[in-house]
Design a protein around this ligand. Sequence first.
Ligand code: SAH
Length: 216
Amino acid sequence: MVDEIRASTRETASATGVRELSERVTAAMGRVPRHEFVPPSLAAQAYANRPLPIGAGQTISQPFIVALMTELAAPGPGSRVLEVGTGSGYQAAILAELAGEVYSIEIVESLARRAGETLGRLGYRNIRLRVGDGYRGWPEAAPFDAIVVTAAPDHVPPALVEQLKPGGRLVIPVGPQSAVQELMVIEKLPDGRTVETRKLPVRFVPLVRERKPEGR
Ligand code: SAH
């Protein structure tokens, strides 16, 4: 799997600006047991460089995309990272290998519960999970050094930009639902201005918004 990720990284280098994966990200991808994060019936396919279904109509992302987003987010040992879209918990585990604290929000309760069980069983102690709409971020835990969004909104959620530290990076697929989106990096400069870079066409499940209670 790591060899395939390296090959995909080289093939996309001119678009992404990432020529080689760092040693830290490569090591994390080698350490986290992806088969623990997929349904038992798909465990044999867990180390192919492909997305796989995880239930509730959702998918665990392609390993290359997980590695690329992690590289672009560049979490350091002391950093505080927010993920939107916990899904299986796999991306959260990769981030937790590299960061100080990981906060991850999932809107589907059954997925959040299962991810919590998996991450607990594997011994991760630096991941906090919450059920809710990640469009609003996690204000009580902000600001973050990096934010990784693994479901696609059609615009950049303003709260996520607000919750970035100066010098922080937001890695997010943006674009129409059920079509190709653009993987973007939004960097907040030390003076608070932001710089957007488009990296790669990608396909993510849509970022869905929490439904308002009926009749109100
Ligand atoms: N990062 C995941 C892959 C996630 S697939 C992994 O490593 O397995 C995208 C996930 O985002 C889905 O589980 C979906 O339910 C969730 N999601 C969609 N909209 C959301 C929202 N507004 N807030 C939080 N999670 C959301």
